[in-house]
Design a protein around this ligand. Structure first.
Ligand code: ACM
Length: 388
């Protein structure tokens, strides 16, 4: 007789804490995919059942809940994590139990676990393109500001390397603020930015402090059109929190923006809103969380089983038509071939896509082995980009 048991899967994103807004979008994207998979008959008639806990943005709670999901709830697969500190806390758990983590967030690269599938951008799929665009259009004197943890330290190091290769490239300052920084903490930073007058600011501030940085930047009279803040993480979720007046003119590098005009993307956004309302703003992390769950379901349909040993060979090399375009899991490094884009916030609080990848995307190179940039900078600049 066919197995009709439900399949439990872990959903490990925070709905409280510093990164609650963005992680809630990832959690709901995962639930959206699960509901579509179940509506289409599940996996050979077996229903996917999400197991959810709120780790509140705290790495040791991610670790404890990952352990609980695997040991007590018997999940083989976890969809989860935003901050790199939390992913690094979960990896030893999935490795110990021989399970699989799907991680849908851009991050600093320089990592490989055989028990992780990375579906967000690696630095050669977002930082390289951003550095190239910003230095051509604004200049290479850069001010770095970030949250105080591993992703910002490492991303700033990588961005600095790219910038210092450009003639005249200079790092004017590198500053860090705690994840629970408050409004007043940003005042000395933006004063210093104003005094140093960089060509652009590179922000690796994440979570609820993002709004505070952009707000303080506007309040002190910095003009986003002339000296924009460039980011790898500031997306529709944070733009909605800060408001379009403050966000307009700033630039983000990501494979996905809501404004992608394809009928498939727009239909998917309508379906999501119908089911989950307007509170969640779909964004790059939402899209990765959505496609990775769909890609998992396809692989499991073929494998017939969600054990690590059965699933992994079906995942490696697998292609999927995502909302951003075609993606594929790289068998050598478990990262994903993605479609880099650059977006600039417009007066409506949406991203105008100013550049997008041609030639079917960019192969992930998480260790930046191919350090020439030429293979990565396959961006086509769209007409709006000429105004930069
Ligand atoms: C991040 O910490 N990877 C955004």
């Amino acid at each position: 007789m066919a197995n009709s048991d439900p399949i439990h899967v872990g959903v490990l994103f925070s709905t409280s804490g510093a990164t609650a807004t963005i992680e809630r979008s990832q959690a709901f994207a995962t639930l959206f995919a699960i509901s579509e998979i179940n509506a289409a008959g599940g996996i050979h008639g077996r229903e996917l059942v999400p197991i959810y806990y709120d780790p509140q943005g705290i790495p040791r709670q991610y670790q404890a809940f990952a352990e609980r999901m695997i040991r007590d709830d018997k999940v083989n697969v976890i969809f989860g994590c935003y901050m790199s500190s939390t992913r690094k806390a979960v990896i030893p758990v999935v490795e110990k139990w021989r399970k699989l983590l799907f991680y849908p967030t851009p991050y600093e690269g320089f990592e490989f676990s055989p028990h992780v599938i990375y579906t967000g951008a690696a630095p050669n799929q977002n930082s390289a393109q951003l550095a190239d665009y910003m230095t051509r259009h604004f200049g290479a004197r850069i001010y770095l500001v970030g949250s105080d943890y591993i992703y910002p330290y490492e991303s700033n190091r990588i961005m600095s390397d790219f910038i210092l290769e450009v003639p005249g490239g200079k790092k004017l300052a590198e500053r860090y603020l705690p994840l629970d920084a408050t409004e007043k903490d940003f005042i000395p930073i933006v004063r210093d930015i104003k005094a140093k007058a960089p060509d652009f600011v590179f922000s690796t501030v994440v979570g609820k402090a993002t709004r505070m940085l952009y707000q303080a930047y506007a309040d002190i009279g910095m003009d986003a059109v002339k000296i924009p803040i460039a980011s790898l993480t500031t997306c529709e979720a944070e733009v909605a929190e800060m408001g379009r007046r403050i966000a307009a003119g700033h630039i983000t590098s990501a494979p996905y923006f809501q404004s992608i005009g394809s009928e498939r993307n727009q239909a998917c956004l309508r379906n999501f809103r119908q089911q989950f309302g307007d509170e969640i703003e779909p964004n790059m992390c939402w899209e990765a969380a959505y496609f990775q769950a769909q890609l998992f379901a396809e692989a499991m349909r073929e494998a017939g089983d969600d054990s690590y040993e059965a699933l992994l060979p079906r995942l490696l090399g697998r292609e999927y038509q995502a909302l951003q375009g075609r993606v594929a899991i790289n068998p050598a490094n478990h990262h994903t071939r993605l479609n880099p884009r650059l977006g600039r916030v417009n007066e409506q609080g949406m991203f105008d896509i100013i550049a997008e990848s041609v030639a079917g995307g960019v192969t992930p190179d998480p260790y930046l082995v191919t350090h020439t940039g030429e293979e990565w900078n396959t961006l086509q600049y769209l007409p709006e980009a000429m105004h930069g």
